[in-house]
Design a protein around this ligand. Sequence first.
Ligand SMILES: NC(=O)c1ccc[n+]([C@@H]2O[C@H](COP(=O)([O-])OP(=O)(O)OC[C@H]3O[C@@H](n4cnc5c(N)ncnc54)[C@H](OP(=O)(O)O)[C@@H]3O)[C@@H](O)[C@H]2O)c1
Length: 389
Amino acid sequence: MLYRTFGKTGKKVSILGFGCMRLPILEGNPSKINEALATEMLHYAIDNGVNYVDTAYPYHGLSFTEGGKSETFLGNALKNGYREQVHLATKLPSWNIQKKEDLNYYLDEQLKRLQTDSIDFYLLHGLSKTTWEPLKKLDVFEFLDSAIEDERIGYAGFSFHDELDLFTEIVDSYNWSFSQIQLNYMDQESQAGKAGLDYAYSKNMGTIIMEPLRGGGLTDNVPSDIQAIWDRAEVERSPAEWALRFLWDQPEVNVVLSGMTAMEHVIENVKIAEDAHANSLTDEERDLIQEVREAYNAKVHVDCTACGYCMSCPNGVDIPKNLNLLNEFYIYQNMGMSAQTYSFLTAMNFSASFCNECGECEEKCTQIIPIRKYLKEIREIFEKDTTPP
Ligand SMILES: NC(=O)c1ccc[n+]([C@@H]2O[C@H](COP(=O)([O-])OP(=O)(O)OC[C@H]3O[C@@H](n4cnc5c(N)ncnc54)[C@H](OP(=O)(O)O)[C@@H]3O)[C@@H](O)[C@H]2O)c1
């Protein structure tokens, strides 16, 4: 296992982190973790050098607002000496915070679930315009300072799902130790993106990457034209290996979290992490990844540029996010991943579900997109149980 220095904390973190959002489950029910298998996978990873474990309050639950089973699972699975071998990270459910007391309530609840006195790395979960403003008003920095002071948490950070300008604003607003962003070879320019990674790194913050395989979108049902590009490489590698090596090639990346669902994933990813040094890809390999990126992008369904002119919707629908979701659904054909995003948008009152077809957005759209038609298509896909195209 390779290790990198985690920004200003100076901790040595394994380049592969164990993400506990996609543990193996029973009966297709996300709240029923296959605990025996998940424990075996986690122990294998730790025994082979993984020392960063990431979870969050809602993981393995039935909705984002309710608590899930991931933290409780970890509390048990990290017994017998495993807790001491890892940096444990979990996240405050930002969208559930209504008043100041909620901040301490959730943290104390999480310490109990995780059966630990201190959470090494504590994140404000999924910061975006919607979650950030209310948290600031509730003096979240004071809360983080006091939780560090009384050692309920070691270091404070945040995970992020919004645009780059908000990311830099948040980075500049507090003495964060680290941040967690979505990054993979398809998302270099969306959300915080590569520019956000570089910005956090320049501030000496630890950097964590989530969704390195786009939640399985880059590895499941790989289209034959994309596979044909990979097959031209001199060295034979799986699509997962290409995606992980793409990230570890970048020295600014500290930890790549992988949401491993099967023992084979853990074994493969641990093995790759043994020699995935920074700056180790050749120019030809980087060009090949670029070719794959272009081939995926050619599969886009809606020509939305996310300019935002259609906003704001009188019914609160986040139109660019919904159209982006529809594109992802067509490109990656991963129903599980897309349905999860849709349920998150619905929980935030942003999904196509809230469209009443008034058509105001279409009058403002710079690309003349029949938005109502696509929002309807989204409802048909995610609110009825249909199969991917
Ligand atoms: N803070 C946030 O807002 C946030 C959001 C998302 C994720 N996260 C964290 O980041 C972690 C990683 O994100 P993610 O779970 O979306 O990660 P990911 O690694 O992009 O996707 C995980 C999926 O990739 C596939 N996979 C993993 N290793 C593989 C391999 N070697 N070969 C083939 N397929 C492989 C599996 O898909 P199949 O099972 O379908 O084969 C697995 O379910 C999460 O577990 C969570 O801890 C945080």
